[in-house]
Design a protein around this ligand. Structure first.
Ligand code: SAH
Length: 355
């Protein structure tokens, strides 16, 4: 039995499935899921991420969070949380960078929200000595001040895809054609969750909807609004999504999302407007959506790179220069990736982001 066999049987039994149900099975099926069965990161894996490119990313996010914590009066105890921590690299860099922040480490309780057993093991190794606790859901986060980071987490959440059809929407579904997985369309129907998109779309436009994101945002924003805290959410995407952004990556190359299910990473661009609106509903303030390059420059990534470069030469120096460029340059990750901050409405926004 493979994931493809499981999907085929599921479609034969229940009919065509939404892109979201397909993504959820591909990424997190308990037996065959992409994340459940492997550590996909790094040069030998399928994709790489900002914290894996350079220690500077986690250090600067950590210092921004710690400054926000100081600015809110150093609340203790507080939750230091990460969503989808991958190999634990960002958290390890954040913790190293904040060692000198008076009281921060003594007051923090580290909580990691992670669905993948192999990645939980990698995180335990990277964070040895810090006694993190793992949770399956943000709903289990303690009711206390919450300082949280999430990098490339929301892009892994399942999305549904809809094509505008008159005043309704046809949903893209995955069914079978000659025994193979194939895309199809459901009959057009009204979609109340997409009412706000009737004004800015035309016949045939494709809109994506991530139903899993709002409840997660709501749980985070409720805690920040009630007890204080800050969230830094980094991902690729934009304010309001338009067009098909479902993407499969295998061995660092784009792949067909319906080929080799469970063997390729599947992601979609994040609709940051939907995240911000969920935060607002919970009474939490949000910052302006800011390109990653701008955010990192404001936090002093170039000074940090100079300091790290001082003892280096040759390959080491070249690697550092390339990493700085990759994280910040508009032609690389600097513009495609964005950062959104959440903070209590009576507090200042986290350093690097503006209201
Ligand atoms: N933040 C890391 C890893 C990004 S990959 C980095 O920047 O390197 C996405 C991460 O989210 C992985 O750790 C994956 O296992 C986790 N993940 C994906 N979907 C999840 C879900 N629904 N619940 C919890 N963790 C999830």
């Amino acid at each position: 039995m493979s994931l493809e066999d499981h999907l085929t049987a599921r479609i034969r039994a229940d009919g065509p499935m939404s892109v979201a149900d397909y993504m959820a099975d591909c990424l997190l099926h308990p037996q065959f899921g992409y994340y459940t069965t492997r550590d996909p990161l790094g040069a030998k894996g399928d994709f790489t991420t900002a914290p894996e490119i350079s220690q500077m990313f986690g250090e600067l996010l950590g210092l921004s969070l710690a400054q926000a914590w100081l600015g809110q009066g150093s609340p203790a105890p507080f939750t230091l949380a990460e969503l989808g921590p991958g190999r634990g690299t960002l958290m390890a860099d954040l913790l190293r960078a904040t060692r000198g922040v008076p009281g921060f480490h003594a007051a923090m309780q580290i909580h990691l929200i992670e669905a993948s057993p192999p990645l939980r093991a990698a995180q335990a190794k990277a964070l040895e000595g810090y006694a993190p606790q793992w949770l399956n859901s943000v709903n289990a986060l303690p009711d206390q001040p919450l300082f949280l980071v999430a990098n490339e987490f929301f892009d892994a959440l399942p999305i549904r895809q809809f094509l505008r059809a008159g005043d309704g929407w046809s949903e893209k579904r995955i069914g079978l054609q000659d025994g193979a997985l194939a895309f199809g369309l459901s009959p057009a129907a009204p979609q109340p969750a997409l009412d706000h998109r009737l004004a800015d779309t035309r016949e045939g436009d494709l809109v994506e909807l991530c139903e899993a994101a709002a409840p997660i945002l709501h749980a985070i924003a409720t805690r920040i609004a009630a007890h204080g805290g800050t969230a830094l959410i980094a991902d690729y995407g934009d304010w309001r999504a338009l067009g098909d952004t479902l993407q499969a990556l295998r061995a660092h190359e784009p792949a067909d999302p319906l080929q080799t299910p469970g063997e390729a990473d599947l992601t979609a661009h994040v609709d940051f407007e939907a995240l911000a609106l969920a935060a607002k509903t919970a009474g939490c303030a949000f910052t302006r959506l800011t390109p990653q390059g701008v955010f990192l420059e404001r936090l002093g990534i170039t000074d940090r790179a100079r300091a790290l470069a001082a003892p280096l030469q040759g390959d080491g120096l070249e690697t550092l220069i390339a990493a700085h460029r990759r994280l910040t340059h508009p032609d690389e990750m600097g513009n495609l990736f964005k950062v959104l901050g959440l903070y209590p409405s009576q507090a200042a926004p986290p350093p690097g982001l503006n209201p």
